[in-house]
Design a protein around this ligand. Structure first.
Ligand code: K7E
Ligand code: CUA
Length: 655
């Protein structure tokens, strides 16, 4: 595979040099940068970037926050993976966020962030992202930049055609990549064909609080549902999914799933199914999936296991699902800002296929059906085709739009972004990527109103682009100015994990709503100590609860005695600060968790199980003031059978 890739790349470097000689003339040893590129990405010290970019971490399981055009990294938001930096998944408050039907799963593979929308425009309230491996959808609140909800998706495997949001954030959609037995059961793998199924889940979003709930799952033929995008404007109410492996192979997929000349884009009229469901349609099926919700008032998450899910058989809702033939193992499934064009990027196809929503409706109306797959009507390729972009490059993956009538498609094999015109299908520009680009992102790209000033290309390979770091090198993002007729490469910046996709929006949508602290008076954590007078240590059998506070520059209490080997000691630490940007941290020797990083007004808890007799220090882990190094304390640990009385104090010697 590597060799094939290598020889293809070698071949293509010739081809790229050939097809983009005007880039070559501009390029020098450090890349194709014009002299004004540095100015265009320079954001002076103290100044703010124009856009936020939320870039998925792929196998890191997280979501990183960058500024554009500078490419500066602001935060890594922990989503599906434990994060020692923020105590996420280590402290007692956030551990329930990572609960699933498979138990505590502290990792996932996060691919596609998408920002909530109002009236077809990104609104900067929430960003959603999928966990592929143990199917989950997470919601991040953009007033706190914290993950506040995760819902597991039952009847799914490889939750990849996710998590895309409809134009009024009615639904966040999650489609399965791998088809599986539904319900799961013990059966021979060779009986895949006709027996395995794919599920497309429509998860409703509460308009005010954003709470997620699986409204229904559409149970589809056993194909691989790769990517998806909502209709918008005229096609609002529809959702489009690319499929591959319509061969329904279960082994040697690189050959067996590449047989059919055309696979499908599945067009789903979700409004129609929603009506059906609202009138009692569908059936409740037993299921077992976690719904984890973080409550900002208690600063704590709870995990609830849900026991059933509504499933819908597409054959029970005539007119709701159609297949649009699309060459050839399409990956990306992208809808232009007007909602008219649906672009299917056939990974193995020489051309880009663009379907027309109007023609699709016309074909449906006139009942022009070419056949069916498991009873789902297949429309004629020619009847729905809007146009073809002829031979734009090799290995097309994803397309975004600038809102000015142009589309931009990434080509993995020929390592380039190609700009073409909607309607005429003419290629108007191409720029090389370094190297092997996957997704690309224009802020607001999945909406009626893209902010077409920059495109970010996310690359899989970077060898020789940066200082080497041993065998494993960073992946990267590349920023292009797309405000002119020609794209211009401005900047390379390294990313966290594998950047599969990103979502961007103007900073002004998020900045004014960003919280500075949590109000102490709103703190409803059951173990909060809201003043130093409330601090205490309470023993309940072998469990010890420490109600502790922090303020510059001490803990209360800072001396504790009477803890014994074999105890379970819960440190519940409330940060009494009420100023912006004054966190405190805390950790103690031998703790099996991480430190806590506690924001002003917040309470967090970690468990310490002392295993050795002695006097053990704890200290603040965040440099909070000039006297940060003095912010420390001791816990005396006595033998399990000792009678050392429980005592705690601050500023006095324990007698
Ligand atoms: Cu990496 Cu969207 Cu998961 Cu294409 S996907 S590259
Ligand atoms: Cu508190 Cu350092």
């Amino acid at each position: 595979m590597k060799n094939i890739l290598k020889s293809t790349l070698a071949l293509l470097s010739v081809l790229v040099a050939f097809t983009s000689c005007d880039n070559a003339s501009k390029s020098n040893n450090s890349g194709a940068l014009s002299s004004s590129a540095a100015e265009k990405v320079y954001v002076a010290p103290g100044e703010h970037d124009e856009f936020y970019a939320f870039i998925s971490g792929g196998f890191s399981g997280q979501l990183s926050v960058y500024g554009l055009p500078s490419g500066r990294l602001f935060k890594v938001i922990p989503v599906f993976s434990q994060d020692a930096e923020k105590a996420y998944g280590y402290n007692e408050e956030t551990k329930p966020m990572l609960n699933t039907s498979h138990g505590f799963v502290p990792w996932d593979d996060a691919h596609h962030p998408d920002i909530s929308q109002t009236n077809g425009v990104v609104d900067g309230r929430w960003v959603f992202i999928n966990g592929n491996n143990t199917p989950r959808i997470a919601k991040i609140d953009l007033s706190t930049f914290e993950t506040t909800e995760i819902i597991e998706v039952p009847n799914s495997a490889g939750n990849h055609s996710s998590s895309f949001v409809t134009e009024n954030s009615e639904y966040v959609v999650a489609g399965t990549r791998f088809s599986v037995p539904i319900p799961q059961k013990d059966m021979p793998i060779k009986d895949y064909k006709g027996n395995f199924k794919g599920s497309l889940s429509f998860i409703s979003i509460d308009p005010e609080h954003g709470h997620m709930d699986i409204k229904f799952q559409l149970i589809m033929p056993g194909f691989d549902y790769d990517l998806s995008h909502p209709g918008r404007g005229k096609s609002h109410g529809w959702f489009f999914f690319t499929t591959y492996n319509t061969e329904e192979a279960s082994t040697l997929m690189e050959v067996n799933a590449s047989q059919n000349d055309k696979d499908f884009i599945a067009a789903v009229n979700w409004k129609k199914i929603e009506d059906y469901v609202n009138n009692g349609g569908g059936t409740m099926m037993p299921a077992n999936y976690a719904h984890n919700v973080y409550d900002e008032a208690t600063h704590s998450a709870t995990s609830t296991m849900k026991k059933e899910v509504r499933i819908v058989n597409p054959l029970d809702v005539p007119g709701a699902v159609y297949f649009l033939p699309t060459p050839k193992s399409p990956h990306g499934c992208d809808v232009d800002p007007s909602g008219e064009y649906i672009v299917g990027n056939g990974k193995l196809s020489a051309n880009l296929t663009v379907h027309s929503f109007t023609k699709m409706l016309d074909a449906i109306e006139n009942n022009k059906v070419a056949g069916d797959a498991y009873g789902i009507p297949i429309l004629n390729f020619e009847d729905v085709l809007a146009g073809v972009v002829e031979q734009p490059g090799l290995g097309p993956l994803h397309t975004e739009f600038d809102g000015k009538g142009n589309a931009y498609t990434t080509f993995f094999i020929s390592s380039e972004v190609v700009k073409w015109k909607l309607g005429t299908w003419d290629v108007v520009d191409r720029q090389p990527c370094y190297y092997s680009v996957g997704h690309l992102m224009i802020p607001g790209g999945n909406s009626q109103k893209p902010f077409g000033k920059y495109v970010v290309a996310m690359n899989k390979i970077t060898k020789d682009r940066y200082l080497p770091t041993g065998p494993e090198v960073t992946q990267s993002a590349q920023l292009y100015d797309i405000s002119g007729e020609k794209m211009e490469l401005l900047l390379d910046f390294p990313t966290i994990g594998e950047p599969h996709y990103a979502a961007g929006c103007p900073a002004d949508l998020i900045k004014p709503r960003s919280k500075k602290l949590f109000k102490l008076e709103d703190n409803k954590h059951p173990y909060a100590a809201l003043s130093e007078a409330d601090t205490k240590v309470v023993r309940d059998g072998k469990i010890v609860h420490v109600y502790m506070t922090t303020i510059r520059s001490h803990f209360a209490p800072d001396n504790i005695e009477g803890v014994k080997v074999g105890d379970k000691v819960y440190f519940h630490v409330t940060n009494l600060e009420q100023d912006y940007d004054v966190p405190h941290g805390v950790s103690i020797i031998g703790a099996n968790t991480s430190e806590l990083l506690i924001m002003p007004g917040q309470t967090e808890t970690f468990l310490w199980e002392p295993k050795q007799v002695g006097v053990w220090p704890f200290y603040c882990t965040d440099f909070c003031s000039a006297l940060h190094q003095e912010m420390q304390g001791y816990v005396r640990v006595s033998p399990a059978n000792s009678n050392t009385p429980l005592k705690w104090s601050l500023g006095e010697d324990i007698e």
